[in-house]
Design a protein around this ligand. Structure first.
Ligand code: C2E
Ligand code: MG
Ligand code: MG
Length: 270
């Protein structure tokens, strides 16, 4: 108990220092259109380059950051850094590329969250629809302190909204009717179940039908094998992310990936 507590405090202090010392970085995972053979977007995933422990994934620090209130500072870093990178990509020929950022429910509790996102988009002279904000079903369901209102404000300003890990939380499908979103991301746990001998998934079929019915964009996450890619394509999914295509990459490597994947003409913003 005591050791765990001390470890936590240590981590919290380290994280405070990391924010000041600029140890956070964004990695980018390409999202590809299998049919068109090009990169359509990149998802920004935060990393902590820890001086002793190396490159840490968000599972090691996002939950603590949420508990101790540091998630706001992380969110500011993510928005600023993703927008700066997006500007650079738009300037260097990837004019239609989109970047997705992840926002925790806690970030939507901030009164100035929407203004911060929009003013950063303005600062880098970016069209609002070049940014997609990924939220989880929990953000929409826990309508605390005007969360939904803020998501709506972002959406009316043209920022795209995606539901991450769709189908894994407490889903009340009713919200899709009341609250149109642009994209549903099929969680990797459903994709993982697609294995030789099990090429079909009733859940994925249902999600594809929901997306089609509502005219919502669909992205499959965690695609690791050609078998999964082909099964998803057969079920009607075109856009995919996963290790089969690419791991999350540093900005430089993500640029190389786009060049290599012949994103000569990336797909126009929808
Ligand atoms: P997520 O948004 O659902 O991101 C997908 C996670 O799956 C990423 O882990 C990614 O590296 C990993 N992944 C991608 N392709 C594959 C694959 O083919 N197989 C497997 N097994 N995994 C794959 P990561 O980067 O560790 O992020 C974990 C979660 O942390 C994210 O899940 C997101 O919820 C959260 N997160 C990431 N960046 C941020 C951020 O900037 N802010 C906030 N609030 N949360 C973040
Ligand atoms: Mg995500
Ligand atoms: Mg996800």
């Amino acid at each position: 108990m005591n050791t765990a507590f001390r470890k936590r405090i240590g981590l919290e202090n380290d994280l405070r220092r990391a924010l000041v010392d600029g140890e956070l970085e964004l990695y980018y995972q390409p999202c590809v259109s299998v049919g068109r053979g090009c990169v359509v977007a990149l998802e920004a995933l935060v990393r902590w380059r820890h001086p002793e422990h190396g490159l840490l994934n968000p599972t090691n620090f996002v939950a603590i950051a949420e508990e101790v209130g540091l998630i706001h500072a992380i969110g500011d870093f993510v928005v600023e850094s993703a927008c700066r990178q997006l500007r650079q990509w738009h300037d260097t020929g990837f004019r239609h590329i989109r970047v997705a950022i992840n926002a925790s429910p806690r970030e939507f509790e901030r009164r100035d969250f929407v203004e911060r996102v929009l003013s950063t988009m303005r600062k880098f002279a970016l069209p609002n629809n070049a940014l997609e904000v990924e939220i989880t079903e929990n953000t929409l369901i826990s309508d605390t302190e005007g969360t939904i209102e803020r998501v709506k404000q972002l959406r009316s300003a043209g920022v795209r909204i995606a539901i991450d890990d769709f189908g894994t939380r407490y889903s009340s499908l009713n919200y899709l009717q009341r609250f149109p979103v642009h994209t549903l991301k099929i969680d990797q746990c459903f994709v993982r179940d697609l294995q030789p001998g099990r090429p079909d998934s009733p859940i994925i079929h249902a999600i594809v039908a929901i997306a089609k019915g509502f005219g919502i964009h669909l992205v499959s996450e965690g695609v690791e094998t050609e078998f999964q890619r082909d099964a998803l394509a057969r079920m009607g999914c075109d856009e995919m992310q996963g290790y089969l295509f690419s791991h999350p990459l540093s900005p430089e490597k993500a640029t190389d990936y786009m060049v290599g994947a012949s994103a000569e003409d990336t797909v126009p913003l929808g």
